[in-house]
Design a protein around this ligand. Structure first.
Ligand code: PLP
Length: 435
């Protein structure tokens, strides 16, 4: 029982370095957050030692009496956090991540080569929603199923529901997916349901990014309209890294063909093995927290902060996709500044501002996208308010102005030349100290 610090000082130090990096800089990655000490504690427990294939009360291994209680508690809290009636909804809490949750849900709903439609990645959708390029099927969701993505309107940045409806007439999907990774507005779930109904398709929402806001009623709830709702647990929900699949129970359904049976079988044995019990315990802690009044305040603050950030960036004349934000993220188009998202991501790293490059609808390449994605969930967990985010916007304005200057001075548009020049610039150490 030697502590990590003594057993493996090299690894211990690397973890300490990462902890310092996380807490000393400005964390603006929209898919990240800072979990509580309680979540981290639960995640690092002896529960990781246990095998428990199966479900509470029906396991393939002995010794699961406490694991059963933990998983059942997690299920109960998951339904409670989203205000769901257990006679109408159930949940599987075993998916290892959002991607595996999605693949298991697709496996439960449709057959190989069936047709699905999700938001295209360059429009803000996730890889697992059927992403493919002209040349290649990238995700298992386009390799094993036929995918026809839908897009946002290039002018407004808002989902083009009319075009989706028209294309669905041609493609006749069996599964329609809503939810996104880089979409700053809420969804019209009623419209999505209507389009799905036209083709007797299932409607699945992947609310990974916004699930914390949905729990706090700061975004519309997809549960009213969807058959299945998936989510990650580590973004706005502020838990450990994992996934959940919620499935609807229909009155009078046959248990054998119910979504419950299909989802549970798809997770195990179709897609996964033994559940990660330490993670499930940590999810249970996060869900208890998500149902608290403090979390509701937090989620409200996340949104106000995102709006304050968007407003301040707009005041400098920058272009934001859809013009602003209704949730926790801002999608910033840097093409008018003649910059790429990669350059701002790299210069951000140099001065301890962590953000990520992101494509903006209409970009030519997802490899050199024209914008960046900013999120307010992590820094709001650290207590940032609107005025702090105005300051963050000031820093961002400074690094963009500096990037324009560096790009002009180095006379090259290449990322490597830009980075070399940035590293020499006297303003970088000064900014490093101020941030
Ligand atoms: N779904 C959405 C909408 C996401 O944004 C992400 C990750 O960013 C995922 C699924 C995948 O989650 P994970 O990284 O846990 O596999």
């Amino acid at each position: 029982n030697t502590p990590l610090k003594e057993e493996d000082p090299e690894l211990y130090q690397l973890i300490e370095n990462e902890k310092y990096r996380q807490y000393s800089g400005l964390e603006l990655i929209a898919s990240e957050n800072f979990t509580s000490q309680a979540v981290i504690e639960a995640n690092g427990t002896a529960l990781t030692n246990k095998y428990s294939e199966g479900l509470p009360g029906a396991r393939y291994y002995g010794g699961n009496e406490y694991i059963d209680e933990i998983e059942s508690l997690c299920q109960k809290r998951a339904l409670a956090a989203f205000g769901l009636d257990p006679s109408e909804w159930g949940v599987n809490v075993q998916p290892y991540s959002g991607s595996t949750a999605n693949f298991a849900a697709f496996t439960a709903l449709i057959q190989p080569f069936d047709r699905l439609m999700g938001l295209d990645l360059p429009s803000g959708g996730h890889l697992t929603h059927g992403y493919q390029t002209d040349k290649k099927k990238i995700s298992t969701s386009s390799i094993y199923f036929q995918s026809m993505p839908y897009q946002v309107d290039r002018k407004t940045g808002i989902i083009d529901y009319d075009r989706l409806e028209e294309n669905a007439q041609l493609f006749r999907p069996q599964l329609l997916i809503c939810g996104a990774s880089a979409y700053p507005r809420d969804w019209d779930y009623a419209r999505m349901r209507k389009i799905a109904n036209n083709h007797s398709a299932y409607l699945l929402c992947d609310m990974a990014h916004i699930s914390g806001l949905v729990a706090a009623k700061e975004q519309a709830s997809p549960f009213e309209y969807c058959d299945i709702v998936t989510t990650t647990t580590h973004k706005t929900l502020r838990g450990p890294r994992a996934g959940l699949i919620f499935f609807r129970r229909y009155p009078g359904e046959d248990k054998k063909t119910s979504l419950e049976t299909r989802v549970n079988q798809a997770v195990f044995p179709s897609c996964q093995g033994g559940p990660h019990n330490n993670t499930i315990a940590a999810i249970a802690v996060a869900l208890k927290q998500a149902a608290s009044p403090e979390f509701k305040e937090y989620a409200k603050q996340v949104r106000s902060n995102s709006q304050a950030l968007a407003k301040k960036l707009n005041s400098y004349g920058y272009v934001l996709a859809t013009g602003g934000s209704d949730n926790h993220l801002v999608l910033w188009d840097l093409k008018p500044q003649n910059l790429t998202g990669s350059k701002i991501e790299k210069i951000g790293d140099l001065v301890n501002i962590t953000l990520n490059k992101n494509s903006i609808a209409g970009d030519k390449s997802a490899v050199t996208p024209g914008g960046v994605r900013l999120g307010t969930s992590a820094l709001t967990s650290r207590g940032f308010k609107e005025e702090d985010f105005e300051k963050v916007a000031e820093f961002l304005h400074e690094i963009v102005s500096l990037s324009i200057e560096i790009q002009e001075q180095c006379g090259s548009k290449l990322l490597k030349d830009f980075l070399a020049a940035a590293k020499q610039h006297p303003k970088i150490p000064e900014l490093q100290q101020r941030i």
